[in-house]
Design a binder for this molecule. Structure first.
Ligand code: ADP
Length: 618
């Protein structure tokens, strides 16, 4: 809607031109003033037309044209340059200033302005009787209506005040509605109970009441406060009133002339009365409006909502630096730990390999040692048997001789034709018995020298002693040495390889016989030559075998080196017997040692731990 004023009076035109200091030029386009019609075109016409007419009167050669515009229209008109000046609300001005470079040249001094000259604020209204909403904070959870999100006094000022009171209208309300212009709708919605509260530019309520549109007494203003000199009910602070602003392209001299014209408006001029203002004053400071918009992040500060990562980084750089340092520390620490783990793992692997290698080596060494021990045992058994071969042969000779005698006796009797069948049968039985005896001797020898793996099982010590003695009895007899045995009855078995125990006993008895056979180191064999073999239990419950002889005894040297391998005092001796015996006894968990016989000679003893299983006495 456009409204053009062209005065017909030449005198007035001349006066206007003179007072404006402008050269009179014909056919210039009228001065176009864009006016924010926040309550519709009619209202805008009624309020602002006299002011525009006043300007038209002051610029008769151009005239003046009023262009009522809503908020988007205002922006479009300024962008298109289709107006020379804009008369708009405070918020819209700040936005146009930022977006299109408009500059305020005067601020309205309204009749309702406070002492500071500021005149725009918001009133939050509720229906009279709503005791539950007394302060802005009480609006939490309520429904609120405003005219438009872009309305300055009609919403944005209230928005800022609500945020300060801790209520975000976009988050904390039950509902936020915008009615659109005209603002009357907000008041009616509150009156009709369609919403709990409404936002109005301060003084609109009073204006509507004055115009008879509603009953002022039907409303309460929430958190009502006063500003010195400001006559309307108010819920917020005050901001500067509407400015008149020129567009960037509006000529400077025209702007100056318009300002002069407005400043010269006489008091109580009809235009001022119609516009509800007292006159025009120097442009006020709109920085508080910028502050409000910045805090709301709207208008020219809308971009603040689009916070970029860079903005965040700038704002929180110290935290980021700290986080980066922590990250760096963590990364370095992790790398270090990882490195240490790698080094340690490599070390452990190497140690493991080395351990496995050592274990394998040890196992091999043990296997080899076991094999050697077995070989040595075997050799020792062969050797000892070799030494006693003549005696064993002698031993065998006895049954063989007996067999031959029986056979010859039978032959003689047959040839002489004497002898009964019973006598021959008796002789045959005797032959068979002697052959068995010879067979047993051979079997024992075979058992003794057989190459075999060690077998641990509960063994009867007395039995092993008897078997050993049988192998060397011939030798003792031929040497005329009595061998006595004192074997304890009911001995517990020992967990042992019986052949090895026999081997040990045989060795000890052979040594005992040797010691009485020949003098060694000049020592004569003891008188009353004899060998005694004893078995029994020692104080700790171990099975003991003692071989005592009355031989030449032990020299100092022999005492010290008795069990050393290859120590021997015998011509042709190997010096391995006792060393092997000790190894065997110790491998059975036992102990072997030698002492002097009190009556001359030597006692060699060994103890073996009893097996857990007891021999069944039966
Ligand atoms: P070897 O019988 O081949 O000499 P041994 O190891 O059986 O090997 O004996 C080592 C040495 O210990 C003997 O040469 C002997 O000097 C001494 N010895 C062993 N038993 C007796 C003993 N009963 N009385 C005296 N000396 C002994």
């Amino acid at each position: 809607m456009r409204f053009t004023v062209r005065p017909g009076c030449l005198m007035l035109a001349l006066l206007g031109a003179l007072s404006a200091g402008l050269p009179a030029r014909a056919a210039e386009p009228p001065i176009r003033v864009g006016v924010l019609a926040y309550r519709g075109g009619d209202h805008a016409n009624a309020v602002w037309e006299p002011t525009v007419r006043y300007l038209a009167d002051r610029f008769p050669q151009r005239g003046a044209e009023m262009v009522p515009l809503d908020l988007p229209g205002m922006d479009a008109a300024v962008a298109a340059g289709s107006v020379d000046f804009v008369l708009t609300n405070t918020g819209n001005y700040v936005e146009l200033e930022a977006r299109h470079g408009v500059t305020r040249i005067a601020t309205l001094h309204s009749s309702r302005s406070g002492a500071s000259g500021a005149a725009v604020g918001s009133a939050l209204i509720v229906r009279a009787g709503r005791d539950d909403i007394r302060s802005l904070a009480d609006l939490k959870g309520k429904s609120v209506m405003a005219v438009d999100p872009d309305a300055f006094g009609g919403f944005q000022v209230a928005w800022g005040a609500m945020l300060t009171a801790g209520v975000d209208p976009y988050a904390d309300l039950k509902e936020l509605r915008f009615s659109g212009f005209p603002v009357d709708r907000v008041a009616f919605a509150v009156r009709d109970g369609a919403v709990d509260a409404g936002v109005l530019r301060a003084c609109v309520l009073e204006e509507l009441a004055q115009e008879g549109h509603l009953d002022r007494a039907g409303f309460l203003v929430v958190g009502a406060r006063t500003e010195p000199g400001f006559g309307c009910a108010l819920s917020t602070g005050l901001y500067p009133d509407w400015p008149l602003a020129r567009l960037a392209e509006t000529p400077e001299d025209l702007a100056k002339a318009v300002v002069v014209a407005l400043f010269q408006m006489p008091e109580r001029h009809p235009a001022a009365l119609a516009g509800g203002y007292e006159g025009w004053t120097v442009p006020m400071d709109y920085q508080p409006v910028h502050g409000l918009f910045r805090s709301l992040r709207i208008g020219p500060y809308e971009h603040l909502r689009d916070v970029t990562l860079l903005d965040l980084a700038r704002e929180h750089w110290h935290w980021l630096a700290l986080a980066a340092l922590a990250l760096l520390w963590w990364a370095v620490h992790s790398l270090r730990v990882e490195h240490l783990i790698k080094v340690r793992t490599a070390e452990l692997r190497a140690a493991n390999r080395e351990l496995r290698r050592e274990m394998a080596e040890r196992r091999r060494a043990e296997d080899t040692a076991r094999e050697r021990q077995k070989e040595m045992d075997h050799v020792a058994r062969l050797s000892i048997l070799g030494e006693m071969a003549s005696n064993i042969a002698h031993e065998l000779n006895q049954p063989l001789g007996a067999i031959a005698n029986y056979a010859r006796g039978c032959t003689r009797r047959l040839e002489a034709g004497v002898g009964s069948a019973a006598e021959f049968a008796e002789a045959s039985r005797a032959i068979a018995a002697q052959a068995d005896r010879a067979g047993q001797i051979i079997a024992r020898i075979r058992d003794f020298v057989r190459k075999r793996a060690v077998q641990l099982e509960p063994a009867d010590v007395n039995g092993a002693v008897e078997a050993a003695l049988q192998l060397c009895e011939g030798r003792a007899r031929s040497g005329n040495i009595p061998v006595t045995r004192t074997l304890a009855a009911g001995l517990p078995p020992v967990l042992a390889d019986r052949v090895q125990i026999e081997q040990v006993v045989l060795n000890l008895v052979k040594n005992a016989l040797d010691a009485m056979d020949s003098p060694a180191d000049g020592k004569e064999a003891g008188e009353g030559r004899s060998v005694t073999v004893r078995t029994g239990l020692d104080a700790e419950g171990r099975v003991e075998i003692a071989v005592a002889d009355r031989g030449h005894g032990l020299s100092e040297d022999a005492r010290a080196r008795l069990f050393d391998p290859f120590f021997t005092t015998k011509p042709g001796g190997m010096g391995l017997g006792l060393s092997i015996c000790r190894t065997i006894v110790e491998s059975h968990g036992g102990h072997l040692w030698a002492t002097d016989h009190p009556g001359g000679g030597t006692v060699v003893r060994l103890v073996l731990p009893a097996a857990e299983e007891k021999v069944n006495a039966g």
